[in-house]
Design a protein around this ligand. Structure first.
Ligand code: SAH
Length: 415
């Protein structure tokens, strides 16, 4: 006979079973980050599928959303703001939705567990190191936020302590004590944010342990990540997303051997998509364009460290730079574009079309702005031929989409 385990309400076992089923999070209402908290993952995916079909179905059939096998603890970037409750207890978590009240997060269901453990350890160390929590109202106190980033494939971990002033008293002992508890930490950075702002990081950073960055591996390339650089927060699904993008671009390893394929990676961040393309198809010549100079510095170093010579990176506004290229009569074969949530611009799209590519692959984290931009592309004779959503943000309402566009008026042969 099989013995049934008795369920104790609220026990760890019941909690974890509930969590597996998409079960409740104690602070989901206050935090507001997970709009689908408590909903089974299958249902979340079918809801996202339906929403995308309603929004984009008129452009092209929406292919089935690429979901995750295990949709929990996927975030490689964990940020907690610090505060105190009325009794003076230290709180670490997020701002209550629509306010500046700090909600203490015991355990978040989507953030990396190890990173959360590190933040809990720091919270526990504050009293003995006499580190005071910053008070937004009075401007007194030192510690504002802790940010932890973990390279899932390398195991490297970055801890950023965001302080209101550059001096951390007892710094060396603090580092020693933190490393004793978490020897897996590979770098610790002090960041100074003395402004009255909702931005987490200030402009000045100082590395107090390790190299000041971590590495992670995606699509066979290794990437250096600085505290300020954009890096997708769900690396498992990012690989799925980029593989789909490369497939839509027709860049299949060992093919496209002859000639040079001119590839643009617009809004390139630290060069992830362009470098994956350059590695997959050595016949590519990649130009990456990105506004953030730190990210471009990382992209250039990433190319070097991966032995990739067929990629260059430019600091600049993507729309303006594309216009300059188009004005100079430059052509492209493939254009990847991965703009921020607000989408791209007419200036960019006009220039991209003038560069007469065979394919445009649009990677979007903002379905509404994607719809707007697809409409504009349509006016210019460019049609969406494939649309594939990828769920990079389980439990939340957000979604990424890869869209392949082709020129309906072009009779040109593909590269
Ligand atoms: N393709 C990268 C980054 C995508 S996020 C990746 O997958 O990791 C969007 C990027 O666009 C950010 O790095 C942001 O700094 C950059 N960006 C925002 N506005 C821009 C503009 N006008 N011109 C160029 N880059 C821009």
């Amino acid at each position: 006979m099989i013995k049934r385990e008795k369920k104790i309400p609220g026990s760890v076992k019941e909690k974890s079973e509930g969590i597996k089923a998409g079960g409740p999070c104690a602070v989901s209402k206050k935090c507001g980050g997970c709009q689908f908290s408590g909903m089974a993952y299958k249902k979340q995916l079918s809801l996202k599928q339906k929403q995308m079909e309603e929004l984009l179905g008129d452009f092209a059939p929406v292919e089935p959303v690429l979901g995750m096998k295990d949709p929990f603890y996927y975030r490689n970037k964990v940020h907690h703001v610090f505060g105190r409750d009325k009794k003076g207890n230290v709180l670490a978590g997020c701002y209550e939705a629509g306010s500046h009240r700090v909600v203490d997060i015991g355990e978040c269901l989507i953030e990396d567990r190890k990173s959360q453990e590190i933040i809990r350890s720091i919270k526990g160390m504050l009293r003995s190191f006499k580190i005071r929590i910053y008070d937004e109202d009075t401007g007194y106190g030192l510690l504002r936020h802790v940010l932890v980033r973990r390279g899932f494939s390398t195991g490297e971990i970055m801890v950023v302590l965001v302080l209101s002033s550059p001096i951390l008293p007892g710094k060396n002992n603090f580092v020693k004590a933190l490393l004793k508890e978490h020897p897996e930490i590979t770098t610790i950075i002090l960041n100074v944010n003395d402004e009255d702002t909702s931005m987490v990081l200030g402009k000045v950073s100082k590395t107090i342990y390790g190299p000041g960055f971590i590495r992670d591996t995606l699509c066979g390339c290794s990437f250096r990540i600085s505290p300020q650089s954009f890096y997708q927060v769900n690396p498992i699904q990012t690989e799925v997303l980029y593989e789909t993008a490369l497939q839509f671009a027709g860049l299949i390893p060992d093919q496209n051997k002859s000639g040079t394929i001119r590839v643009i990676d617009a809004y390139c961040g630290i060069g992830t998509i362009g470098l994956a393309a350059a590695k997959a198809a050595p016949a590519c010549s990649v130009t990456g364009i990105e506004l953030n100079p730190d990210a471009v510095r990382d992209a250039r170093l990433n190319a070097k460290e991966n032995g990739i010579r067929n990629a260059r990176f430019i600091v600049g506004d993507a729309g303006r730079y594309m216009e300059e290229l188009a004005d100079a009569g430059e052509r492209a074969d493939i254009i990847f574009m991965d703009p921020p949530r607000s989408g791209s611009t007419e200036q960019f799209i006009d220039a991209a079309c003038r560069m007469d590519p065979s394919r445009i692959v649009y990677i979007s984290c903002g379905p509404e702005s994607l719809k707007r931009d697809l409409k504009y592309f349509q006016k210019k004779g460019w049609k969406a031929v494939r649309i594939r959503p990828a769920d990079l943000f389980p439990l939340t309402e957000h979604i990424e989409t890869v869209c392949l566009l082709s020129n309906t008026q072009s009779k040109k042969k593909e590269f």
